[in-house]
Structure formats: C-alpha cells, structure tokens
Ligand binder design. Structure first.
Ligand code: HDE
Length: 719
C-alpha cells in the first residue's frame, strides 16, 4: 500500500516536471518570430557572410553558424529507394460505400460512410529520383490507410501481374532492368541488352512483358491509370472464415495512355509531366478519384480457376470473378513538403490490420521481409515509424526501445514483458479477440526448394491479354517490341525474344521479327530452351474487354486544349468554345509565338498564356485553331505552329479548325476543298455565329474519344 502511494507520488511529481518542461519549451518556441536562428535557437545576425579574420582574410573555424549550416547541407541526401525511386504523393481519404463485414473484420471496411485518411504515392520503378516521368515502365500505386486499428498499406502497381514468380528472382530482375553496371546506361529504360537477355531466358516474364509493351506503361496521367494489389490476399471475417481477394483501383476518369513518340518528347520537354499533373489538379480542386474493387474468391473455388491463383504472373479475368465496388479513394491535399512526406513515407505489404491476411504467393512472401529491411538503410534506423508521415492515428505501445533517431520519450522503469513493476494495466498482451489473428491454415510438408508445377503455364495469359487488345493497341504493342529490341545489340537475344513471342501469337512474333532483320520466329527453338514450360491452361473465355484501354465514355474533365493564335485572330467562336470546354470540366490555354498579347480581328487584346516553344503540342490533349485571315497566315508561316498542328495530328489528338484556321492543316491535304473526306478527330467549322454552339459540342464529342487511332497517313507526318 505504502509502495503504491510512493509510486503515485513519484508519478505525479514526474508529471509536474514534464509539464513544466513542456511549458518552458513552448514559451521558447514562441520566441523571436520570423527571425532566422540556428538549430539551437540562437538568432543568426547575418546570413550572407561567414566569420573571417579581416574582411579579406581566412574563415574562422569558430564560426558555429556557418559550420552548422554547411554540415546540415552536407547530409541532406538519403539513399534513394532501390526501386520506385521517383515518385509523387498526395493525401486524401478512402470512403467505404459497401460494407464488407461479411468478409472481413477490418474496422475500416465495416460501416458505410467511414472515411479513413490515406497517403498515396505513385512511382516509376526503374529510374533514379531525377529521371523522367513518362518513360516506359510499370507505375507503383501505394496507398497507406491510417485506420483506427493501425496502418494498412496496399502496395500495388498499375499492372495486375508481375515479371517473376518467386522472390528469389527479384534481385536478378532488377539488376537486369537497371542501367548496366559498367557505364550506368541507359537511365530509366528497359530497352537494353541485359533486361531482354534476362527476359528471354525467363519465359515466365512473358505475360508481364505484354503489359509493359502496351500503352499501360506510358500512362497519360497517374489519375488515369488503374491500380492492382497484384498478389492474391485474404480477407478474414469475425468468425475466422477466409476468402481470397484481389484488389483493384478503377480511375474515375478512365484509363488512358500516351503515344510512344509523345512520351519520349515529354520526357525532355517536361520530365515532371505526371508529377505536375497530379499537383496542379489537386491544387485546382480537381481531386483525382478511384473506386476500390474486390474480386472475392471463396476458399473452395480458388482451386478450380484453371490456373494457380498463387502465381503472380496470372490475373483473374473480371468476366470470371466480377469486381465488386466497395469504396472510393479521393486525393484532395498536396504534401506540404516533398522530402518529409513523399520521400520519407515507408510502405510495406506486411502492414496489415486484423481481417486482412496474406496468401502463400511466393513473391508476396519475399516482399514481407524486404520492405522493413530496406527502410533501415534508407531512413537510417529502426525508428522510421515515428516520422510523422508514417505514424498511425491510433496509439501504439510496446517495449521496443532506443535506436537511431528515437523521438519518443519512453517513461518509467519497465521495458519488458511480463513484469510486475509497471503499475496499471497498460500494454497488456491481448490474447483474445482484439489482436491480429493470423488465419489458421494447414501447411503441407515437406520443406522443399522447388517451383510448383501449377506455375508452369507461362504463355496462355499472355495470349489472353493479346486477344483482349483492340487493333490499334496491338499495333502499339508490336511497335514497342520493335523499338525495345532494336536497342538490343546482341542478335541472339532478339531472336530468343521473338521465338518466345511465337508462343503468344504468331502474327505478333512475325511482325516484330520482320522489322529487326532477324530470322523468322521459331516456336520450336523456344520450346527446346531451358526454362520453357509446355503447360497451357484454357480459360473459359477468349478475351476480356476489361483489359483493353481503347474504350470511351469518360468525358473530357481536366483535359487541356491549346488555342493557337497570332495577330488578327477572330475570337467570336473561340469564346463560345472556351465556355463550353469549361462547362465540360476541360481547360484551354492561349498559345502564340510570344508572350504578352495578340491583337484580335476586332482590335481587342488577347492575353497569351504560353509560347509555342515552352508548351509544345505534347503538353496538350487537343488543339483549337480559331479563324481570322491574318492570324491563320501568320501561323502557317511559323514552323513551330505548323509543327504543333502536325504533331497533334500524328499523335491522333482532336484538332478543331475554324474558318481560315484550316490553312494550318493544308500540308496534310485537309480542308483543301469543300466536301473532302472526313478525317477522324479533325473538326472543321465555319465562322458562323449560329453554328458556334454546335461546333463546340462536336469538338467536345471528338475529344471525349481521347485518340483517333484510325486516322489516315499518320506515319507520313514528319513531326
Ligand atoms: Fe516492391 N519494393 N518489391 N513490389 N514496391 C519496394 O521498398 C520488393 C513488388 C512496390 O511508393 C522497396 O520502400 C521485393 C511487387 C511499390 O514507397 C523494396 C519484391 C509489387 C513500391 C521492394 C517486390 C511491388 C515498392 C524499395 C519481390 C506490386 C514503392 C523501397 C519479392 C504488387 C512504394 C521501398 C513507395 C518498393 C522490394 C515486388 C510494388 C526494396 C523484394 C510484386 C509500389 O523494399
């Protein structure tokens, strides 16, 4: 009794001291506002000059202000992520729209309307932190849910399958993919010998290769790409019943890609293209949004899918197991500081909450070790969970102590369990219902280092993906293989790739081989090589429309239109179209040869937003060329303006020309005479006031198709 009284007194004294110290600290931090200080709080008298022996003399070591400033600067960089180094992040929330209580006990998936704060980071995989956004690559799509039961991380990609089946091959894959070690080239590109050498010797990569050669790997925006959890996970309900689950993020604006030529040009014109797009949209209140979809597979059905659901090179077609929409993700706040938040955020597929569990996918199992391990060297020690962006919103208690950069001030005598010295019942071990209960699964012996024969099917889903693409998408995939392999120096590597492709589709393999000047694809040769597996499973469907991006119906919200003008531009129709674009959620920018103003045909001043040079056509989704004889003439004499229009034509973007503006397309033979054949996505209008509103709607309808792949003579355009 006496002991506990003493304890209580000691505690209240300690609290008093802590409070006094806290007050003191607060009063200090309210100190000299807006004055530059050292990290110790000493006001800096002069931030331009170091302390010297005489104004022209040597600097003194004594200058603690200079020393502190330079020392901190010297240590500003931390190691970049070994993969996914370049990224952009945003805050937001996840709102549940359908209760998942039947399937999982996860608290944030119970009550419809529950909003859980999130931080999301998108990334490329291969490039360094300073590389370009629009390279051909997989995109990371990682979401940290700050739930009331702890942080849950869904660390996925924008492609639903992966290159390799077993974690053992991941370091080899990444070494082959990254710049070659002798000269560190090429940056952020798979188009080089080591990657294709590895890929050609590992037929299990084939399905993922098809995705990476498709337009999925050059997204128009982070806001317009899907996300996937990739692996099969488990949901476990309060009764301990488990369902397998695949996670999907479906973008509200639809899924859209760039054109490869465009992607490469943007990489030079604006390497921050995706990062800027995300930042600006959130800044302007155009909050990106995705639906969370789940494919739920009862335990007993999983084995009868016809392929192995534990194999991460396989997807489950939506037509076989429908995607159930359960909530929405909204990103509505940009980070305050890139380093503190986007760079220091630490995701981990092993950050799960009660009710979400793992499957035995051998790639996922390897990831469960890797992510904490990598943060130890990247974020400098075991206390990275204390960094604000990584901290949960629920309290956490344990007896882990000390280590580099410890922020918490753990109180008291006791840092172990069990103990009899800590008073109170805090940090009790919950052996009961509240805790994370791993799904009780019977594990089959023996301990064995071997791949399951059920993982032997390396080609059937690659063919399935190919069969699901539109004719234009197939052409893009062929062109991507041709480009990548044309960069490969060793002919035998190219040959192995096309031989493998013969097992996906013979036309695809033949067309790729033709442009490389190598022998015809030899399916038999591929089948005779090490690593090749004969197994082919049959899906109950031939193709999946959900795998194609060539679908419309998402409107034109947040699309950008360039308006090409020069002195003498006629703005009557322009104003009507601009208004209609704005109402449809798109924006327009005036682009001219110089900044400042141009004079309109009616003598007004029209403010210019960008020059033809600083915002070329690749930065826009569509082009509008208003009428006005003098403006049209000046534009046709300006090489940059002609290039602008031709390039937009080549990239299959919507172009609207009004009256004399049509002259800009004359080199394409468009609009030369009345009644010429209609060209997809080229809208030709007259300067006729009663027809302006209709013209605006025609333009918007054409833009909503995103790209016009069936447009003639695109290859002939020298842009
Ligand atoms: Fe990762 N991965 N990964 N990965 N991954 C990392 O973790 C790793 C894999 C993914 O925005 C690293 O914090 C292994 C698949 C994303 O911060 C590292 C294996 C998928 C991000 C790591 C995989 C991913 C990472 C690097 C195979 C899609 C960026 C820095 C066993 C489902 C997260 C870091 C962010 C990052 C390891 C395979 C997605 C080294 C060992 C499959 C989105 O720990």
């Amino acid at each position: 009794m006496a002991q506990s009284k003493q304890d209580a007194q000691r505690k209240s004294k300690a609290t008093e001291v802590a409070l006094a110290k806290q007050k003191q600290l607060e009063s200090f931090s309210q100190g000299p506002e807006n004055l530059l200080t050292t990290n110790q709080g000493v006001v800096i008298p002069d931030n331009h000059n170091s302390l010297k022996a005489g104004v022209r003399g040597p600097t003194l070591l004594e200058d603690f202000i200079l020393r502190e400033k330079i020392t901190h600067f010297d240590h500003e960089r931390i190691p970049e992520r070994v993969v996914h180094a370049r990224g952009a992040g945003a805050h937001g929330y996840f709102e549940l729209t359908k209760s998942m209580g039947e399937y999982t006990r996860a608290d944030f998936l119970q009550e419809v309307g529950t909003r859980t704060p999130v931080f999301t980071r998108f990334s490329t995989v291969v490039g360094s932190r300073g590389s370009s956004d629009t390279v051909r690559d997989v995109r990371g799509f990682a979401v940290k849910f700050y739930t009331r039961e702890g942080n849950y991380d869904l660390v996925g990609n924008n492609i639903p399958v992966f290159f390799v089946q077993d974690a053992m091959k991941f370091p080899d894959l990444v070494h082959a993919l990254k710049p070659e070690p002798q000269h560190e080239m090429p940056q952020a590109a798979s188009a080089h010998d080591t990657f294709w050498d590895f890929a050609s010797l590992m037929p299990e990569t084939t399905h993922m290769l098809m995705w990476v050669m498709s337009d999925r790997a050059i997204p128009r925006s982070f806001r317009m790409m899907e996300g996937f959890g990739v692996h099969t996970f488990r949901l476990v309900n309060a009764k301990g019943v488990s369902h397998f689950v695949k996670f999907h993020w479906k973008p509200k604006l639809g899924k859209h890609g760039l054109v490869w030529d465009e992607a490469q040009k943007i990489a030079g014109k604006d390497p921050d293209f995706h990062r800027r797009d995300l930042w600006e949209c959130i800044d302007q209140g155009n909050f990106p949004e995705w639906e969370l979809g789940l494919q739920l597979i009862p335990e007993d059905k999983a084995e009868s899918l016809g392929f192995d659901f534990l194999d991460p090179t396989k997807l489950i077609p939506e037509e076989m197991v429908p995607v159930l929409t359960v909530g929405r993700l909204v990103l509505n706040r940009n980070p305050d500081n890139f380093f503190s938040e986007t760079e220091q955020v630490a995701f981990h597929p092993g950050h799960v909450v009660p009710g979400i569990d793992f499957s035995n996918d051998p790639l996922l199992q390897g990831r469960l070790f890797s992510y904490t391990d990598t943060q130890l060297s990247r974020l400098g020690g075991p206390n990275f969970h204390e960094i604000p962006i990584n901290r949960g919103v629920c309290p956490f208690h344990n007896f882990q102590r000390d280590g580099m950069h410890r922020m918490l001030v753990n109180k008291g005598q006791v840092s172990y369990e069990p103990n009899s010295l800590a008073s109170g019942a805090e940090f009790r071990v919950d052996g009961g219902q509240q805790g994370f209960q791993s799904f009780t699964e019977a594990i089959e012996p023996p301990k064995i280092r071997r791949r399951s024969p059920s993982f032997d099917d390396h080609f059937s889903q690659a063919s399935f993906f190919w069969n699901s693409q539109s004719p234009a998408e197939k052409e893009h995939i062929i062109a991507a293989f041709q480009f990548e392999l044309s960069k490969v120096q060793v002919p035998a590597v190219r040959q192995r790739v096309v031989d493998n492709l013969a097992h996906v589709d013979s036309k695809l393999a033949r067309k790729v081989a033709e442009s490389l000047g190598i022998a015809a694809p030899d399916a038999k040769a591929a089948a005779g090589r090490a690593g090749f597996r004969e197994k082919r499973s049959k899906l109950p469907i031939e193709a999946s429309p959900a795998l194609s991006m060539d679908v419309n119906g998402h409107g034109i919200a947040t699309r950008k239109v360039a308006v090409l003008v020069a002195n003498g531009v006629e703005i009557g129709a322009l104003r009507v179209i601009q208004q209609a674009l704005q109402e449809a959620g798109a924006s327009s920018r005036i682009v001219a040869a110089h900044l400042g103003f141009v004079a309109t045909s009616s003598g007004q001043q029209l403010a210019v937003d960008h020059t033809l040079e600083n915002m070329p056509s690749v930065m826009f989704d569509a082009v509008l060329v208003p009428g006005g004889a003098a403006s049209a003439q000046a534009l046709t004499r300006n090489g940059d303006a002609v290039h602008f229009a031709l390039e937009a034509y080549k990239h299959c973007k919507t172009i609207c020309v009004i009256g004399e503006g049509v002259q800009l397309l004359r080199t394409l033979g468009i609009g030369a005479g009345e009644g010429g054949p209609a060209v997809p996505g080229v809208v030709i209008g007259k300067n006729d006031p009663p027809l302006r509103a209709q013209l605006a709607q025609e333009f918007i309808a054409a833009m909503a198709r995103h790209r016009h792949w069936t447009r003639p003579n695109v290859e002939a355009v020298p842009a």
